[in-house]
Design a protein around this ligand. Sequence first.
Ligand code: 9MR
Ligand code: ZN
Length: 531
Amino acid sequence: GDYQQDSRIRLNSIGYLPGAEKKATIAASASDFILVNSSGTAVLTGKTTSTNNSDTNEQVSIADFSSIKTNGTYTLLVPGIGKSVTFKIDPNIYVNPFKTSMLGMYLWRCGTSVSTTYNGKVFSHEACHTKDGYTDYINGQHNIKDGGKGWHDAGDYNKYVVNAGITVGSMFFAWEQFKDQIKGISLTMPESNNSMPDYLDELKYETDWLLTMQYPDGSGKVSHKLTTKDFGGFVLPERETADRFFTPWGSAATADFAAMMAMASRAFRPYDASYADKCIAAAKVSYACLKANPGNTKPNLSGFTTGDYDTTDTDDRLWAAAEMWETTGDNSYLADFESGANYFSKKIDVDFDWGNVNNLGMFTYLLSEKSGKNASLYNTIKNALISAADSIVGTADKHGYARPLGETYYWGCNGTVARQTMILNIANKLSPKADYVNTSLDALNFLFGRNYYNRSFVTGMGINPPMKPHDRRSGGDSQIDPWPGYLVGGGWPGAKDWKDDQDSYQTNEIAINWNGALIYALAASLDVSDT
Ligand code: 9MR
Ligand code: ZN
């Protein structure tokens, strides 16, 4: 018959790994499907299974073509409905998405000009925020101190330490677990010919900035953020010239700083030992500050209407203790982690973001090969990890689009869908199970088109991607296309509430913590063709 492309046939428009489970959701009642290869030959005919997807209130039919494992380009035909977009089965499908989401990080660099050509279009801006930044706005002083480099946070150009925490943390986890796959991948950046892997060069651009956020007085306190007083307009960043200020310190930012710098020290050590020394030295000073200031210290953010990233510090302190122990081997940090964990948390949260880095501390403790761990605490946390992973698998199984976060929607929930892959992949490492890998891939399937909208949620990639993200560069340049490589936040309050509209900051913004999670998910999937 004559099949027309039909938006009711929803699948991962990037494709599928050969060994992975492969499913499409058809938002219609359809009993049969046919998978055809690029020569038009039917390689599989099958029957769908029908189910109700409650968050979108749709009766859907699921086509399962997991048995096809041959590399190639395919189309799914559904008699009476139409055909899907073409997609690949190939072990390397995630290499370009990984590079493009890292390109997004490079394009977020502050304090420098950036430029790239993507799909034949140029995206560039001049050096921005070259005066970063002014100290001590609250006390009325107006001195300049170096706060250069780092990534802009999101659709806005500000820089926030707490949101850097979950982002940099996730990206270092990706490095530690998947460096064999990541190491050889060459990325767009001025440093691509130096001796450090490009992935670490990109992270170093952020950690260089983070080091400037620590008070220069030796106290170890870390400024919560470096921002304008109010959000600026939709102009290129070099046109945003309002003064930006270091705010006072907060204990969550200080703990995240210690954790990130401890991780940085481990990652950079083989390539730049003196930088690694600098990172762990900075981490120790901030950790000492936390010990000297055991209470939760909220930053004084009065006078600012930019992002708050307001959070309590218990989880951040636990994470810092775990990373300090893993990097230094010093048992006092292990004691801090274990007593903190016993007191506050021996759990893994299935749903976590910038305000809850508890999991990161738990992950490092679980993955550590150092001796001295308390066996009973270790087993409790490991069991919690396995139950969290099993629960995510179950949630995805029950959802018509296999969304690992199920029916939970909130600001930035697409980021969480990507971030849950950390739980799944770490569980898979400690207790291997194909379901963990397949559900991790379900997160990518969902984000790249197997969803209610039949659209990719990542700019510049996949089927019908976002065109109008809430991003000041995309809105402020003369290019119609948005800047590439960015995961948008996703719909809420409900499953059908995403709007590809620049004004919809609640659903269509971009942010480093969401991209960092996507980068982890992609890194984990660079080549699992043998599962
Ligand atoms: O991602 C943040 C989300 O969890 C919060 O609910 C929201 C409101 O506080 O803020 C989000 O973070 C924004 C930050 O405050 C400023 N830069 C843009 C971020 C993404 O929207
Ligand atoms: Zn900037």
